[in-house]
Each structure stands twice: as structure tokens, then as C-alpha cells.
Design a protein around this ligand. Sequence first.
Ligand SMILES: [Zn+2]
Length: 114
Amino acid sequence: MNRSLLYHAFGVRKGYDYVRTVYGAGCIRFVLAARQELLVCPRCHSAQVKRKGRRFRELQTVPIGLKRVWLVTEVPQCECRACGQSFEVSPLLPRPTSGTRTGSKRLSKVCGGG
Ligand SMILES: [Zn+2]
């Protein structure tokens, strides 16, 4: 999978690295890992942050053909070395199901015509 395609077609934000693709029954999962540059303390804005663990969050995005597509995004669980704050870095990915209208909402229509 081309990273720029992920960024442009599926709304993956910069700061996440594409790791691999997992093919399931009727669906495709793109696994994304958070880059170190995203790990900044929300309280004191220090970048001196250590990872304590992580989980993954699945977000459904625009389909490819008949297959549903999920972005499996890493959510690092961190602790700030400077102030001790514990926090998670959650992905702020656009949700196709939300009511917000943006210019990218018609992606499936545009791509489906091809
Ligand atoms: Zn801090």
C-alpha cells in the first residue's frame, strides 16, 4: 500500500506510519503506528515522553470495492518524564459516518466511477 494513497484517500494524518495490511473475510485492515513526534505531553508540552504501553483503535473508512476498510491505529499510552502526566495519543481521524460536511465526503463516488 502506498502511503500517500492512505493519506489522501483514507484521511490518515501525518504522524502515523503505515505498518502492514491485514486481509480478512470481506474486509481489509491497514495497520498504522504512531510516530515518536506525536508523543507530546498535553499538560506541559514536553517531548520527553516515555511509552508505557499501547492499544489499537479501529476506525472504519471508505470501502475498496465491496470490501470494508478499517484503519487500525496505534494509541500509545505514555507518561511525561517532565511532569509525570499519563496520557494517550488518540488518532484524530475523520469519520465517514459523521454528519460533518467536507469536500472529501464524495471520495467513494469519485473513485467508484473509474
Ligand atoms: Zn508533562
